[in-house]
Write a protein that binds this ligand. Structure first.
Ligand SMILES: [Mn+2]
Length: 348
């Protein structure tokens, strides 16, 4: 039996931004649902963070969710593990979005052992102060073939370049054949614990980070990755000494957030035309131009900032790296990162 595994869909992400919603549902319309239909897959396990907001839901996001997602899986065998973005309170999973929105599916807001297709699975939803003891006890005592969860585990790369330093210890999971989990959006593994990664991009930190979903075969116990080739973030390194932009193919900028990093700009007229044409010929959602000042022979630090600060988290990290302080820089970075993420969630 084959099971589709998907996680961290965060529907309604980026303040319910419609461009991101279009991009998310393009994945469901053209990649995910065609795949599971073609392969007669009738069982889905969602490993948490099905929606983005923890406290409430936007009606447009809710309608899309119902029509473009829930209605298409309503006759399937669906299992949903509650993630941290699904829960209202920080210290308990008791009130959660799946329970309120789609209670007719199997929803797991507490640790439990289940069996699907003859395979014993230990299900571990988001760990908080209420269920931590039970989670640890089940990890120590329960027998199961695999663990499926929405887990924070120390020592994994959360986003490009960011390591997790809070959560459960890896050794707690070593008794099990495989651990498959949501939570961090980058696909990483240590050969036993697998962060499956989000199915699509959310932020610039997802740029160049492969996305997709997985198929678990309960007979062979293999986990197969299905790639999602769709992206929403696109970077261009502009250099008119090396490249000719007169016949530029703008199709790669269509329906994208674009960052144009200017390495060399000799011909100002051509540059302006390039920008004008970008707007005229393609539906670019947003264009950010980042000038590199290396032409001005600025100091190495300024070069560094211009070159490496293509997104805010990187800028914060570079700033902390260059700061003279006795404080723990990794803790500072984690704090800045969580502030940045929290600020992104604030209603405008
Ligand atoms: Mn998530």
């Amino acid at each position: 039996m084959k099971i589709a595994l998907i996680t961290d869909t965060h529907l309604g992400a980026r303040n319910d931004n419609p461009y991101y919603a279009d991009y998310f549902y393009k994945f469901f319309d053209t990649i995910f649902f065609p795949y599971i239909k073609k392969h007669n897959i009738n069982t889905i396990i969602h490993l948490g963070d099905i929606v983005d907001r923890r406290k409430f839901i936007n009606f447009k996001t809710l309608q899309d969710f119902r029509k473009k997602f829930v209605d298409r899986i309503k006759d399937m065998d669906v299992h949903i593990i509650v993630g941290n973005h699904d829960t209202y309170y920080k210290n308990t999973n008791e009130i959660n979005a799946p329970r309120e929105l789609i209670n007719h599916f199997n929803i797991y807001d507490n640790p439990i052992k289940i069996n699907i297709g003859g395979m014993d699975m230990l299900i571990l939803p988001w760990v908080n102060s209420t269920n931590e003891e039970k989670t640890v006890m089940m990890l120590e005592q329960e027998t199961a073939d695999i663990v499926l969860g929405h887990l924070a585990i120390k020592g994994f790369e959360m986003n490009n370049g960011y390591m997790s330093d809070v959560g459960l210890e890896r050794h707690m999971f070593r008794r099990f054949e495989k651990v498959l989990t949501g939570h961090f959006h980058k696909k990483v593994d240590d050969g036993q614990i697998y962060y499956l990664g989000s199915p699509y991009e959310f932020m610039w930190s997802d740029y160049n980070c492969p996305k997709g979903f997985h198929i678990l075969d309960t007979e062979t116990r293999e986990v197969e990755r299905i790639k999602n080739p769709l992206t929403i973030h696109h970077k261009i390194n502009y250099n008119d000494e090396l490249n000719d932009y007169s016949n530029y193919d703008y199709s790669q900028c269509k329906d994208k957030f674009v960052k144009l990093i200017v390495d060399k700009k000799k011909d100002y007229y051509l540059f302006d035309k390039f920008i004008d044409d970008m707007y005229k010929k393609t539906n670019v959602y947003d264009l950010k131009i980042i000038e590199d000042y290396s032409d001005l022979d600025a100091s190495t630090v300024a070069d560094d900032i211009a070159e490496k600060s293509e997104d805010t988290p990187t800028l914060l990290e570079n700033y902390i790296n260059q700061t003279e302080t006795k404080l723990d820089k990794n803790r500072l970075k984690t704090l800045m990162k969580s502030l940045y993420t929290e600020a992104g969630d604030v209603e405008v």
